[in-house]
Design a protein around this ligand. Sequence first.
Ligand code: 4AD
Ligand code: MG
Length: 461
Amino acid sequence: MNQEPAPPRHLPSSIGSLPVAYIADIGQFADQRVQLRGWLHNRRSKGKLHFLQVRDGSGLIQAVMFKGDFDDETFALADHLHQESALIVSGTVKVDARAPSGYELACDGLLVVSAAAADFPISPKEHGVAFLMDHRHLWLRSRRQTAILRVRARIVKSIRDFFDNRDYVLVDTPIFTPNACEGTSTLFETDYHDQKAYLSQSGQLYSEATAMALGRVYTFGPTFRAEKSKTRRHLTEFWMVEPEAAFMDLQGVIDLAQDLVCTIAADVLRDRSAELDLIDSIRSEAEEHRQLKPRRAALALIQKPFVQLDYAEAIEKLQALGSDIAFGDDLGADDETKLTLEYDRPIFVRRYPAQIKAFYMKRDPADPVRSLSVDMLAPEGYGEVIGGGQREDDHATLQAAITHHQLPQTAFDWYLDLRKYGSVPHGGFGLGLERAVAWVCGLPHVRETIAFPRLMDRLRP
Ligand code: 4AD
Ligand code: MG
Protein backbone atom coordinates (compact mmCIF):
# COMPACT_ATOMS: atom_id res chain seq x y z
CA MET A 1 0.00 0.00 0.00
CA ASN A 2 2.94 2.33 0.53
CA GLN A 3 4.05 2.05 -3.08
CA GLU A 4 0.90 3.62 -4.50
CA PRO A 5 1.35 6.29 -7.16
CA ALA A 6 1.00 9.77 -5.64
CA PRO A 7 -2.56 11.09 -5.65
CA PRO A 8 -3.38 14.20 -7.69
CA ARG A 9 -1.82 17.29 -6.15
CA HIS A 10 -5.12 19.08 -5.66
CA LEU A 11 -6.44 16.28 -3.44
CA PRO A 12 -7.76 17.91 -0.23
CA SER A 13 -5.63 16.95 2.73
CA SER A 14 -8.76 15.60 4.41
CA ILE A 15 -8.73 12.80 1.81
CA GLY A 16 -5.05 12.69 0.86
CA SER A 17 -3.92 11.66 4.33
CA LEU A 18 -6.25 8.63 4.46
CA PRO A 19 -5.05 5.10 3.68
CA VAL A 20 -5.80 3.96 0.12
CA ALA A 21 -7.95 0.84 0.10
CA TYR A 22 -8.73 -1.51 -2.75
CA ILE A 23 -12.30 -2.73 -2.74
CA ALA A 24 -11.18 -6.36 -2.79
CA ASP A 25 -9.42 -5.79 0.56
CA ILE A 26 -12.09 -3.55 2.06
CA GLY A 27 -12.84 -6.03 4.84
CA GLN A 28 -9.48 -5.18 6.41
CA PHE A 29 -10.69 -1.60 6.90
CA ALA A 30 -14.03 -2.13 8.66
CA ASP A 31 -15.01 0.97 10.71
CA GLN A 32 -11.97 2.88 9.42
CA ARG A 33 -11.83 5.94 7.21
CA VAL A 34 -10.20 5.25 3.85
CA GLN A 35 -9.96 6.66 0.35
CA LEU A 36 -11.05 4.65 -2.68
CA ARG A 37 -9.87 5.51 -6.16
CA GLY A 38 -11.82 4.39 -9.16
CA TRP A 39 -14.66 5.03 -11.54
CA LEU A 40 -18.37 5.60 -11.26
CA HIS A 41 -20.15 2.46 -12.40
CA ASN A 42 -23.70 3.57 -11.73
CA ARG A 43 -25.60 5.91 -9.44
CA ARG A 44 -29.06 6.69 -8.18
CA SER A 45 -30.48 9.28 -5.84
CA LYS A 46 -33.26 9.26 -3.31
CA GLY A 47 -34.11 12.46 -1.48
CA LYS A 48 -31.13 13.46 0.62
CA LEU A 49 -29.06 10.46 -0.47
CA HIS A 50 -26.87 9.66 -3.47
CA PHE A 51 -25.83 6.05 -3.98
CA LEU A 52 -22.65 5.83 -6.01
CA GLN A 53 -21.54 2.44 -7.31
CA VAL A 54 -17.77 2.77 -7.43
CA ARG A 55 -15.48 0.26 -9.11
CA ASP A 56 -11.70 0.28 -8.80
CA GLY A 57 -10.72 -2.75 -10.87
CA SER A 58 -10.61 -4.99 -7.82
CA GLY A 59 -14.30 -4.83 -7.02
CA LEU A 60 -17.47 -2.80 -6.73
CA ILE A 61 -18.83 -1.01 -3.67
CA GLN A 62 -21.65 1.38 -2.92
CA ALA A 63 -20.66 4.76 -1.52
CA VAL A 64 -23.57 6.53 0.18
CA MET A 65 -23.54 10.34 0.30
CA PHE A 66 -25.84 12.02 2.81
CA LYS A 67 -26.71 15.63 1.99
CA GLY A 68 -26.03 16.80 5.52
CA ASP A 69 -22.38 15.68 5.27
CA PHE A 70 -21.53 17.76 2.17
CA ASP A 71 -21.56 21.34 1.04
CA ASP A 72 -24.31 22.08 -1.51
CA GLU A 73 -21.90 22.34 -4.42
CA THR A 74 -20.33 18.91 -3.89
CA PHE A 75 -23.67 17.23 -3.25
CA ALA A 76 -25.09 18.74 -6.45
CA LEU A 77 -21.96 17.75 -8.39
CA ALA A 78 -22.53 14.10 -7.54
CA ASP A 79 -25.99 14.33 -9.07
CA HIS A 80 -24.53 15.18 -12.47
CA LEU A 81 -21.74 12.66 -12.79
CA HIS A 82 -21.82 10.33 -15.75
CA GLN A 83 -20.87 6.66 -15.79
CA GLU A 84 -17.08 6.11 -15.88
CA SER A 85 -16.25 9.45 -14.28
CA ALA A 86 -12.98 8.98 -12.40
CA LEU A 87 -13.31 9.62 -8.68
CA ILE A 88 -11.62 9.57 -5.35
CA VAL A 89 -14.04 9.10 -2.49
CA SER A 90 -13.38 9.03 1.21
CA GLY A 91 -15.50 7.61 3.96
CA THR A 92 -15.92 5.05 6.69
CA VAL A 93 -16.17 1.37 5.80
CA LYS A 94 -19.38 -0.13 7.18
CA VAL A 95 -20.29 -3.79 7.39
CA ASP A 96 -23.50 -4.28 5.39
CA ALA A 97 -24.78 -7.81 5.07
CA ARG A 98 -27.12 -6.83 2.22
CA ALA A 99 -24.32 -5.44 0.01
CA PRO A 100 -22.82 -7.88 -2.53
CA SER A 101 -19.33 -7.07 -1.22
CA GLY A 102 -20.53 -7.23 2.38
CA TYR A 103 -19.52 -3.59 2.91
CA GLU A 104 -20.65 -0.10 2.14
CA LEU A 105 -18.82 3.20 2.30
CA ALA A 106 -20.41 5.98 4.39
CA CYS A 107 -19.02 8.66 2.12
CA ASP A 108 -17.69 11.94 3.52
CA GLY A 109 -15.56 13.28 0.68
CA LEU A 110 -15.69 13.30 -3.11
CA LEU A 111 -13.12 14.41 -5.61
CA VAL A 112 -13.82 14.19 -9.32
CA VAL A 113 -10.51 13.32 -10.99
CA SER A 114 -12.03 13.46 -14.45
CA ALA A 115 -15.69 13.86 -15.40
CA ALA A 116 -16.67 11.40 -18.12
CA ALA A 117 -18.58 12.47 -21.21
CA ALA A 118 -22.28 11.74 -21.13
CA ASP A 119 -22.27 9.16 -23.89
CA PHE A 120 -20.34 6.16 -22.53
CA PRO A 121 -21.40 3.61 -25.12
CA ILE A 122 -21.67 0.46 -22.97
CA SER A 123 -24.84 0.48 -20.91
CA PRO A 124 -26.26 -2.39 -18.85
CA LYS A 125 -28.74 -3.26 -21.64
CA GLU A 126 -27.74 -5.99 -24.11
CA HIS A 127 -25.72 -4.80 -27.08
CA GLY A 128 -25.01 -6.59 -30.33
CA VAL A 129 -21.74 -8.50 -30.65
CA ALA A 130 -20.33 -6.29 -33.41
CA PHE A 131 -21.00 -3.17 -31.36
CA LEU A 132 -19.34 -4.63 -28.28
CA MET A 133 -16.35 -5.84 -30.28
CA ASP A 134 -15.93 -2.38 -31.86
CA HIS A 135 -15.87 -0.97 -28.34
CA ARG A 136 -13.78 -3.72 -26.80
CA HIS A 137 -11.46 -1.15 -25.17
CA LEU A 138 -14.45 0.07 -23.13
CA TRP A 139 -16.40 -3.19 -22.97
CA LEU A 140 -13.47 -4.57 -20.94
CA ARG A 141 -14.64 -2.47 -18.00
CA SER A 142 -17.81 -4.53 -17.62
CA ARG A 143 -18.02 -6.84 -14.63
CA ARG A 144 -18.33 -10.01 -16.67
CA GLN A 145 -15.32 -9.09 -18.79
CA THR A 146 -13.13 -8.27 -15.82
CA ALA A 147 -14.19 -11.54 -14.18
CA ILE A 148 -13.18 -13.49 -17.31
CA LEU A 149 -9.80 -11.75 -17.46
CA ARG A 150 -9.20 -12.59 -13.82
CA VAL A 151 -9.99 -16.24 -14.44
CA ARG A 152 -7.67 -16.21 -17.46
CA ALA A 153 -4.83 -14.72 -15.41
CA ARG A 154 -5.39 -17.36 -12.72
CA ILE A 155 -5.24 -20.14 -15.31
CA VAL A 156 -1.97 -18.74 -16.67
CA LYS A 157 -0.48 -18.77 -13.16
CA SER A 158 -1.79 -22.26 -12.59
CA ILE A 159 -0.11 -23.48 -15.78
CA ARG A 160 3.21 -21.82 -14.98
CA ASP A 161 3.23 -23.10 -11.40
CA PHE A 162 2.29 -26.59 -12.55
CA PHE A 163 5.28 -26.92 -14.86
CA ASP A 164 7.71 -24.96 -12.68
CA ASN A 165 6.83 -27.20 -9.72
CA ARG A 166 7.54 -30.27 -11.85
CA ASP A 167 10.94 -28.94 -12.92
CA TYR A 168 9.94 -28.32 -16.51
CA VAL A 169 12.19 -25.50 -17.74
CA LEU A 170 10.50 -22.57 -19.45
CA VAL A 171 12.17 -21.96 -22.81
CA ASP A 172 10.76 -19.32 -25.14
CA THR A 173 10.57 -20.27 -28.80
CA PRO A 174 10.69 -17.91 -31.80
CA ILE A 175 7.70 -16.18 -33.35
CA PHE A 176 9.37 -15.71 -36.74
CA THR A 177 9.90 -19.12 -38.28
CA PRO A 178 11.07 -20.33 -41.68
CA ASN A 179 8.74 -23.35 -41.82
CA ALA A 180 5.27 -24.66 -41.01
CA CYS A 181 4.54 -26.86 -38.00
CA GLU A 182 0.81 -27.45 -38.32
CA GLY A 183 0.18 -27.61 -42.07
CA THR A 184 0.80 -24.98 -44.71
CA SER A 185 -2.78 -23.78 -45.12
CA THR A 186 -2.89 -21.57 -42.02
CA LEU A 187 0.45 -19.77 -42.29
CA PHE A 188 0.75 -16.02 -41.86
CA GLU A 189 3.52 -14.94 -44.19
CA THR A 190 5.70 -11.93 -43.48
CA ASP A 191 8.46 -10.24 -45.39
CA TYR A 192 11.65 -10.90 -43.42
CA HIS A 193 14.47 -8.89 -45.01
CA ASP A 194 13.82 -10.29 -48.49
CA GLN A 195 13.09 -13.77 -47.22
CA LYS A 196 9.76 -15.29 -46.36
CA ALA A 197 9.08 -15.88 -42.71
CA TYR A 198 5.95 -17.20 -41.05
CA LEU A 199 4.43 -16.37 -37.71
CA SER A 200 4.77 -19.41 -35.47
CA GLN A 201 1.83 -21.83 -35.46
CA SER A 202 3.36 -23.74 -32.55
CA GLY A 203 6.64 -23.78 -30.65
CA GLN A 204 6.72 -27.57 -30.67
CA LEU A 205 9.53 -28.27 -33.12
CA TYR A 206 11.83 -25.92 -31.20
CA SER A 207 10.70 -27.40 -27.90
CA GLU A 208 11.74 -30.83 -29.18
CA ALA A 209 15.23 -29.39 -29.61
CA THR A 210 15.27 -27.81 -26.16
CA ALA A 211 13.90 -31.01 -24.59
CA MET A 212 16.96 -32.83 -25.94
CA ALA A 213 19.06 -30.19 -24.14
CA LEU A 214 17.13 -29.88 -20.87
CA GLY A 215 15.02 -33.04 -20.62
CA ARG A 216 11.70 -31.44 -19.68
CA VAL A 217 10.71 -28.06 -21.07
CA TYR A 218 7.68 -25.93 -21.81
CA THR A 219 7.01 -22.96 -23.97
CA PHE A 220 4.10 -20.57 -23.42
CA GLY A 221 3.37 -17.79 -25.81
CA PRO A 222 1.31 -16.42 -28.66
CA THR A 223 0.82 -18.57 -31.73
CA PHE A 224 -0.76 -17.69 -35.04
CA ARG A 225 -3.00 -19.40 -37.54
CA ALA A 226 -4.44 -17.79 -40.66
CA GLU A 227 -7.76 -19.47 -39.93
CA LYS A 228 -10.14 -18.82 -42.75
CA SER A 229 -13.20 -19.99 -40.88
CA LYS A 230 -15.36 -18.03 -38.50
CA THR A 231 -16.14 -20.39 -35.66
CA ARG A 232 -16.61 -20.05 -31.94
CA ARG A 233 -13.29 -21.77 -31.26
CA HIS A 234 -10.85 -20.18 -33.70
CA LEU A 235 -8.73 -17.10 -33.18
CA THR A 236 -5.95 -16.06 -35.55
CA GLU A 237 -3.72 -15.19 -32.58
CA PHE A 238 -3.98 -17.38 -29.50
CA TRP A 239 -1.83 -18.43 -26.58
CA MET A 240 -0.63 -21.98 -26.23
CA VAL A 241 1.33 -23.77 -23.52
CA GLU A 242 3.39 -26.63 -24.89
CA PRO A 243 5.31 -29.02 -22.64
CA GLU A 244 7.77 -31.43 -24.22
CA ALA A 245 9.74 -34.18 -22.49
CA ALA A 246 12.46 -36.61 -23.51
CA PHE A 247 11.58 -40.27 -22.87
CA MET A 248 7.86 -39.49 -22.54
CA ASP A 249 5.51 -41.84 -24.35
CA LEU A 250 1.86 -41.41 -25.32
CA GLN A 251 0.55 -42.52 -21.93
CA GLY A 252 2.98 -40.13 -20.26
CA VAL A 253 1.56 -37.31 -22.39
CA ILE A 254 -1.99 -38.24 -21.38
CA ASP A 255 -1.12 -38.44 -17.67
CA LEU A 256 0.60 -35.06 -17.75
CA ALA A 257 -2.29 -33.41 -19.58
CA GLN A 258 -4.77 -34.90 -17.14
CA ASP A 259 -2.84 -33.64 -14.12
CA LEU A 260 -2.55 -30.17 -15.67
CA VAL A 261 -6.27 -29.89 -16.37
CA CYS A 262 -7.17 -31.13 -12.86
CA THR A 263 -4.80 -28.55 -11.37
CA ILE A 264 -6.30 -25.73 -13.43
CA ALA A 265 -9.84 -26.72 -12.41
CA ALA A 266 -8.92 -26.98 -8.71
CA ASP A 267 -7.02 -23.67 -8.66
CA VAL A 268 -9.81 -21.74 -10.38
CA LEU A 269 -12.42 -23.32 -8.16
CA ARG A 270 -10.44 -22.42 -5.03
CA ASP A 271 -9.40 -18.89 -6.00
CA ARG A 272 -11.91 -17.59 -8.53
CA SER A 273 -15.28 -18.97 -7.50
CA ALA A 274 -16.72 -15.47 -7.00
CA GLU A 275 -15.80 -14.63 -10.60
CA LEU A 276 -17.35 -17.89 -11.84
CA ASP A 277 -20.57 -17.11 -10.00
CA LEU A 278 -20.61 -13.62 -11.45
CA ILE A 279 -20.12 -14.95 -14.98
CA ASP A 280 -22.94 -17.44 -14.36
CA SER A 281 -25.19 -14.59 -13.20
CA ILE A 282 -24.68 -12.51 -16.35
CA ARG A 283 -25.54 -14.70 -19.31
CA SER A 284 -27.16 -13.69 -22.57
CA GLU A 285 -30.31 -15.48 -23.71
CA ALA A 286 -28.34 -17.47 -26.24
CA GLU A 287 -26.01 -18.70 -23.53
CA GLU A 288 -28.86 -19.63 -21.22
CA HIS A 289 -30.26 -21.82 -23.94
CA ARG A 290 -27.16 -23.97 -23.79
CA GLN A 291 -28.08 -25.06 -20.27
CA LEU A 292 -24.55 -25.36 -19.02
CA LYS A 293 -23.86 -26.50 -15.52
CA PRO A 294 -23.04 -23.71 -13.07
CA ARG A 295 -19.27 -23.43 -13.52
CA ARG A 296 -18.38 -24.36 -9.97
CA ALA A 297 -20.38 -27.57 -10.30
CA ALA A 298 -18.80 -28.28 -13.69
CA LEU A 299 -15.25 -27.77 -12.40
CA ALA A 300 -15.85 -29.86 -9.29
CA LEU A 301 -16.39 -32.81 -11.64
CA ILE A 302 -12.94 -32.45 -13.19
CA GLN A 303 -11.31 -35.36 -11.38
CA LYS A 304 -9.09 -38.21 -12.47
CA PRO A 305 -9.47 -40.45 -14.35
CA PHE A 306 -10.81 -38.76 -17.47
CA VAL A 307 -12.51 -40.82 -20.15
CA GLN A 308 -10.10 -42.48 -22.60
CA LEU A 309 -11.35 -43.64 -25.98
CA ASP A 310 -9.45 -45.19 -28.80
CA TYR A 311 -10.13 -43.30 -32.05
CA ALA A 312 -11.97 -46.37 -33.41
CA GLU A 313 -14.21 -46.46 -30.33
CA ALA A 314 -14.93 -42.75 -30.70
CA ILE A 315 -15.99 -43.32 -34.31
CA GLU A 316 -18.32 -46.16 -33.26
CA LYS A 317 -19.86 -44.07 -30.50
CA LEU A 318 -20.39 -41.17 -32.89
CA GLN A 319 -22.03 -43.43 -35.44
CA ALA A 320 -24.32 -44.75 -32.71
CA LEU A 321 -25.16 -41.12 -31.89
CA GLY A 322 -26.24 -40.57 -35.48
CA SER A 323 -23.11 -39.04 -37.04
CA ASP A 324 -22.22 -40.08 -40.59
CA ILE A 325 -18.51 -40.05 -39.70
CA ALA A 326 -16.44 -42.99 -41.04
CA PHE A 327 -13.17 -44.56 -39.90
CA GLY A 328 -10.40 -42.39 -41.35
CA ASP A 329 -12.28 -39.09 -40.98
CA ASP A 330 -11.17 -36.37 -38.62
CA LEU A 331 -13.62 -35.44 -35.89
CA GLY A 332 -15.43 -32.29 -36.96
CA ALA A 333 -16.54 -29.65 -34.48
CA ASP A 334 -20.06 -31.11 -34.50
CA ASP A 335 -18.73 -34.58 -33.77
CA GLU A 336 -16.66 -33.29 -30.87
CA THR A 337 -19.71 -31.49 -29.51
CA LYS A 338 -21.85 -34.62 -29.79
CA LEU A 339 -19.29 -36.81 -28.12
CA THR A 340 -18.48 -34.45 -25.25
CA LEU A 341 -22.14 -33.86 -24.41
CA GLU A 342 -22.19 -37.53 -23.39
CA TYR A 343 -19.73 -37.05 -20.53
CA ASP A 344 -19.17 -34.82 -17.50
CA ARG A 345 -15.41 -35.26 -17.70
CA PRO A 346 -12.89 -34.51 -20.40
CA ILE A 347 -12.26 -37.20 -23.00
CA PHE A 348 -8.92 -38.29 -24.40
CA VAL A 349 -9.25 -39.62 -27.94
CA ARG A 350 -6.16 -41.71 -28.71
CA ARG A 351 -4.46 -42.97 -31.85
CA TYR A 352 -5.95 -41.00 -34.72
CA PRO A 353 -5.11 -42.25 -38.22
CA ALA A 354 -1.67 -40.90 -39.19
CA GLN A 355 -3.21 -39.64 -42.42
CA ILE A 356 -5.21 -36.89 -40.65
CA LYS A 357 -2.47 -35.79 -38.26
CA ALA A 358 0.68 -33.68 -38.62
CA PHE A 359 3.88 -35.03 -40.19
CA TYR A 360 5.76 -35.28 -36.89
CA MET A 361 3.40 -37.77 -35.20
CA LYS A 362 4.97 -41.14 -34.45
CA ARG A 363 3.40 -44.06 -36.27
CA ASP A 364 1.98 -46.69 -33.96
CA PRO A 365 4.40 -49.64 -34.21
CA ALA A 366 1.45 -52.00 -33.58
CA ASP A 367 -0.60 -50.51 -36.42
CA PRO A 368 1.19 -48.15 -38.82
CA VAL A 369 -2.12 -46.74 -40.10
CA ARG A 370 -2.45 -45.10 -36.71
CA SER A 371 -0.39 -42.43 -35.00
CA LEU A 372 0.54 -42.11 -31.33
CA SER A 373 -1.55 -38.96 -31.09
CA VAL A 374 -4.07 -37.73 -28.56
CA ASP A 375 -6.60 -34.91 -28.31
CA MET A 376 -8.33 -33.90 -25.14
CA LEU A 377 -11.93 -32.84 -25.64
CA ALA A 378 -13.55 -30.73 -22.93
CA PRO A 379 -17.05 -31.69 -21.76
CA GLU A 380 -20.40 -29.97 -22.31
CA GLY A 381 -19.86 -29.57 -26.02
CA TYR A 382 -16.57 -27.66 -25.81
CA GLY A 383 -14.40 -30.08 -27.74
CA GLU A 384 -10.67 -29.99 -28.44
CA VAL A 385 -8.62 -28.01 -25.95
CA ILE A 386 -5.42 -30.08 -26.12
CA GLY A 387 -3.62 -31.76 -29.01
CA GLY A 388 -0.40 -33.75 -28.75
CA GLY A 389 1.28 -37.11 -28.77
CA GLN A 390 4.51 -38.95 -29.21
CA ARG A 391 6.87 -37.63 -31.91
CA GLU A 392 8.45 -39.61 -34.72
CA ASP A 393 11.98 -40.30 -33.49
CA ASP A 394 13.33 -42.34 -36.39
CA HIS A 395 15.36 -40.32 -38.91
CA ALA A 396 14.36 -42.21 -42.07
CA THR A 397 10.66 -42.38 -41.17
CA LEU A 398 10.55 -38.69 -40.33
CA GLN A 399 12.35 -37.76 -43.54
CA ALA A 400 9.82 -39.81 -45.52
CA ALA A 401 6.95 -38.07 -43.71
CA ILE A 402 8.37 -34.64 -44.57
CA THR A 403 8.53 -35.69 -48.24
CA HIS A 404 5.05 -37.21 -48.09
CA HIS A 405 3.61 -33.95 -46.71
CA GLN A 406 5.44 -32.01 -49.46
CA LEU A 407 7.29 -29.90 -46.93
CA PRO A 408 10.58 -28.22 -47.90
CA GLN A 409 13.36 -30.58 -46.81
CA THR A 410 15.90 -27.76 -46.26
CA ALA A 411 13.72 -25.98 -43.71
CA PHE A 412 13.73 -29.16 -41.63
CA ASP A 413 17.43 -30.03 -41.73
CA TRP A 414 17.93 -28.88 -38.18
CA TYR A 415 14.85 -30.78 -37.02
CA LEU A 416 16.13 -33.97 -38.62
CA ASP A 417 19.45 -33.46 -36.80
CA LEU A 418 17.59 -34.15 -33.57
CA ARG A 419 17.02 -37.71 -34.89
CA LYS A 420 20.64 -38.01 -35.88
CA TYR A 421 22.31 -37.11 -32.62
CA GLY A 422 20.91 -39.09 -29.72
CA SER A 423 17.28 -39.51 -30.75
CA VAL A 424 14.99 -40.75 -27.98
CA PRO A 425 11.26 -41.40 -27.68
CA HIS A 426 9.66 -38.11 -26.67
CA GLY A 427 6.35 -36.35 -26.64
CA GLY A 428 4.30 -33.40 -25.52
CA PHE A 429 1.15 -31.47 -26.14
CA GLY A 430 -0.29 -28.03 -26.71
CA LEU A 431 -3.13 -26.58 -24.63
CA GLY A 432 -4.95 -23.64 -26.20
CA LEU A 433 -5.39 -21.07 -23.44
CA GLU A 434 -8.44 -19.33 -24.91
CA ARG A 435 -10.30 -22.58 -25.43
CA ALA A 436 -9.50 -23.56 -21.85
CA VAL A 437 -10.79 -20.21 -20.57
CA ALA A 438 -13.96 -20.48 -22.68
CA TRP A 439 -14.67 -23.91 -21.25
CA VAL A 440 -13.83 -23.03 -17.63
CA CYS A 441 -16.02 -19.91 -17.77
CA GLY A 442 -18.73 -21.56 -19.88
CA LEU A 443 -18.51 -18.97 -22.67
CA PRO A 444 -20.14 -19.45 -26.06
CA HIS A 445 -17.20 -18.05 -28.04
CA VAL A 446 -13.43 -17.59 -27.59
CA ARG A 447 -13.66 -13.87 -28.43
CA GLU A 448 -14.34 -12.97 -24.77
CA THR A 449 -11.38 -14.93 -23.41
CA ILE A 450 -8.61 -12.53 -24.43
CA ALA A 451 -8.47 -8.77 -23.96
CA PHE A 452 -8.14 -7.92 -27.64
CA PRO A 453 -9.15 -10.89 -29.77
CA ARG A 454 -7.81 -11.34 -33.27
CA LEU A 455 -10.28 -13.03 -35.54
CA MET A 456 -10.45 -13.49 -39.28
CA ASP A 457 -12.53 -10.31 -39.62
CA ARG A 458 -11.31 -8.46 -36.54
CA LEU A 459 -8.03 -6.55 -36.22
CA ARG A 460 -9.35 -3.52 -34.32
CA PRO A 461 -9.30 -2.12 -31.70
O1 4AD B 1 -3.87 -29.32 -32.09
P1 4AD B 1 -2.88 -28.24 -32.38
O2 4AD B 1 -2.85 -27.70 -33.76
O3 4AD B 1 -1.48 -28.84 -31.95
C1 4AD B 1 -0.29 -28.23 -32.06
O4 4AD B 1 -0.11 -27.10 -32.44
C2 4AD B 1 0.85 -29.05 -31.54
N1 4AD B 1 2.07 -28.62 -32.22
C3 4AD B 1 0.93 -28.89 -30.04
C4 4AD B 1 2.02 -29.72 -29.43
O5 4AD B 1 1.92 -30.92 -29.44
N2 4AD B 1 3.04 -29.09 -28.87
O6 4AD B 1 -3.13 -27.05 -31.36
C5 4AD B 1 -3.08 -27.27 -29.99
C6 4AD B 1 -4.22 -26.55 -29.31
C7 4AD B 1 -5.60 -27.00 -29.75
O7 4AD B 1 -6.01 -28.16 -29.08
C8 4AD B 1 -6.44 -25.81 -29.39
O8 4AD B 1 -6.74 -25.79 -28.02
C9 4AD B 1 -5.51 -24.65 -29.67
O9 4AD B 1 -4.20 -25.16 -29.64
N3 4AD B 1 -5.78 -24.05 -30.98
C10 4AD B 1 -6.47 -22.91 -31.14
N4 4AD B 1 -7.05 -22.09 -30.27
C11 4AD B 1 -7.68 -21.00 -30.74
N5 4AD B 1 -7.73 -20.67 -32.03
C12 4AD B 1 -7.15 -21.48 -32.96
N6 4AD B 1 -7.19 -21.14 -34.23
C13 4AD B 1 -6.48 -22.66 -32.52
N7 4AD B 1 -5.81 -23.66 -33.15
C14 4AD B 1 -5.40 -24.48 -32.18
MG1 MG C 1 -5.43 -30.29 -32.96
